[in-house]
Design a protein around this ligand. Structure first.
Ligand code: ATP
Length: 283
């Protein structure tokens, strides 16, 4: 399979944190969600991919270019990160003026089409935009220079369901021609359940899952039962076990659950619960 991003042995050490030689691919033509609890290393990984920080070790390839060698590949990426770089007194028009020179393929007509679609008037100032409008403005900019890859860090956080739906739709439109790819980190796993094809799941600087989203959700089950049943189980196989007054709940690999007793309740698990249980397991 063709990959938009290839990360190999990426390592970054901070005083209190280690991104621990992670390797993964982001396939071309799909939406890949990047999940993990707070502080697991998602932004550090994204910043390394965008050359905003220098990793200690590892090799990153983006759209077939080696990241270390040049920054030219950044022209082919639409980036949506935090809005801190937008000067509050800039108008939307000023935002375009400041960004356009960085991109040889900047297409003002496309930018204005998106502004219209998002109902953002160009005379508005950055400080007058809501959180949702600011994200949409950044998405408009990210889509206005012929990017082949969109990299977004938490694009839907703080947005209402209507705005999130709109953004998810745009991401799906973007990958429809199979040439474009999306890599985005989020805590809002319901968005990913709807639109992601692949998932990279990071905990404490280590990858705990990489692969198809459907496979991840099919591979694990939520298991619940009474105290007695817990005693009869191989607890090594339980992930993120939580006991309470009357029994327990945990996550288990489907293949480890085939021989288990019928008295146990087993049900499909959401991505959100998977993060919670895996994180508890890691702690
Ligand atoms: N410049 C830095 N100096 C020291 N530590 C840092 C620096 N940048 C990040 N860290 C630490 O690295 C760890 C991972 O941070 P990172 O922002 O990559 O996580 P994250 O998964 O994106 O978290 P969140 O979901 O909260 O945004 C955190 O413990 C953070 O404190």
């Amino acid at each position: 399979m063709d990959n938009a991003i290839k990360v190999n042995g990426l390592k970054k050490k901070y005083k209190q944190f280690l991104l621990d030689s992670i390797s993964f691919d982001v396939p071309k033509g799909y939406i890949t969600g990047f999940i993990g609890p707070n502080g697991s290393g998602k932004t550090t990984t994204i910043k390394s991919i965008l050359s905003y920080i220098r990793p200690d070790e590892g090799k990153i390839q983006v759209l077939d270019e080696e990241v270390k060698e040049s920054n030219a590949y950044l022209e082919k990426i639409g980036v949506v990160m935090d809005a801190a770089f937008l000067v509050k007194d800039w108008s939307v028009k000023d935002v375009e003026k400041s960004l356009a020179p960085f991109y040889s393929n900047w297409d003002s007509a496309v930018f204005h089409e998106y502004l219209e679609r998002f109902r953002i008037h160009e005379t508005l100032k950055v400080k007058e935009l809501s959180r949702g409008m600011t994200v949409k403005l950044m998405i408009a900019a990210a889509l206005s220079h012929g990017a082949e890859l969109l990299v977004l860090d938490e694009p839907t956080s703080g947005l209402d369901p209507v705005a999130r739906e709109e953004i998810c739709e745009i991401l799906q439109e973007f990958v429809r021609d199979e040439r474009h790819s999306v890599f985005f980190s989020t805590h809002i796993t319901s968005d990913l359940e709807e639109i992601a094809d692949y998932i990279i799941f990071l905990i404490n600087g280590k990858i705990v899952y990489k692969g198809e989203k459907d496979q991840l959700m099919e591979n694990y089950l939520l298991i619940k039962g009474g105290k007695k049943e817990l005693q009869s189980l191989d607890q090594e196989k339980l992930i993120g076990l939580r006991t309470h007054a009357t029994g327990f709940e945990a996550v288990i690999l489907k293949e480890d659950a085939t021989h288990l007793k019928e008295q146990l309740i087993m049900e499909p698990i959401s991505l959100e619960k998977l993060i919670i249980f895996f994180n508890r397991g890691a702690l």
